[in-house]
Write a protein that binds this ligand. Sequence first.
Ligand SMILES: Cc1cc2nc3c(=O)[nH]c(=O)nc-3n(C[C@H](O)[C@H](O)[C@H](O)COP(=O)(O)OP(=O)(O)OC[C@H]3O[C@@H](n4cnc5c(N)ncnc54)[C@H](O)[C@@H]3O)c2cc1C
Length: 292
Amino acid sequence: MQAFNYHRPGSLMEACRLLAQYGPAARVMAGGTDLVVALREENRRLAGVSEIIDLGYLGGMNYIREEGDTISIGALTTHTDIAASPLLQKYAPLLAMAAAQVGSPQIRNRGTMGGNLANASPAADTVPAFIALEARVNLVSSQGERQVPVQDLLAGPYRTTLAAGEIITAITFKKLPPSAGSAFLKLGRRKALSIARLNIAVVIDRDAAGRVTAARIVPGAALPVASRVPPAEALLLGNMVSPELARQAGEMVGQEMVRLSGVRWSTEYKLPVIAVLTRRAILQAAGVREDE
Ligand SMILES: Cc1cc2nc3c(=O)[nH]c(=O)nc-3n(C[C@H](O)[C@H](O)[C@H](O)COP(=O)(O)OP(=O)(O)OC[C@H]3O[C@@H](n4cnc5c(N)ncnc54)[C@H](O)[C@@H]3O)c2cc1C
């Protein structure tokens, strides 16, 4: 295991000061479910890291709040709390579904929303859901505060645009309106304790006649960084969702995966599977049955 010095700051500001003091030698820790594994494996992403700053004992960063038409979630909120939140089940069901599929009960009890975002795994389960919710991340450092869209936080596999010394404090997004439906589906190697082979988050809003007015389709573990697929979304806009339209959108997501990620050993199974997952997620979000 990689050797490190352990710091337990008493406040967020003290954590920022420690980060500024130790620079690239420091990393913050929340639940530790990614970080401790990486330390134990002496992962090269942690080369030169000698100072671990534990945020886990800070108060005031574990909450799910409703503020008008906005929901705000503290960075230290665990996947267990997100999955069980009646507020999220009502206003952002795809996020509750995504959090419920992370790892195992033990991992969900310790793993946090902030850690899942900052770790920036291409297979992270909550990231596609947050992108589909058009969520924004609140960041703080000794230099001040800023807010960025989740999509802009992601720079590549396991890389973020977090500036040196920045800490994620919260994430905010607008509640989904009653006319919108959403879905999150995941394919892992097995049902429990499995990192996603592929996952997909979908939000669909429709007018009174049932025509799609907004569509956000975000596959995870398919593209170098989770992101929306505009050509597939454009296919839905202005139309009624049908199994055939959902199938075409699924094929489009597969084509985009190959265009952006290239052909790999896994493409042979990922291509048909992402098309089917997308079709099912669109139908689920729109409340349309496969045989309609
Ligand atoms: C057995 C196992 C199964 C897993 N299954 C899944 C799964 O199914 N789906 C999934 O998405 N993930 C899975 N994970 C990964 C992990 O549990 C999640 O990514 C979790 O949300 C990480 O949160 P954490 O609080 O434990 O982060 P930590 O391990 O504490 O930190 C992870 C990274 O984020 C940084 N960080 C943490 N908090 C902040 C913050 N507030 N601001 C800035 N940087 C921060 C740390 O410096 C570190 O680089 C699994 C992990 C294990 C060990």
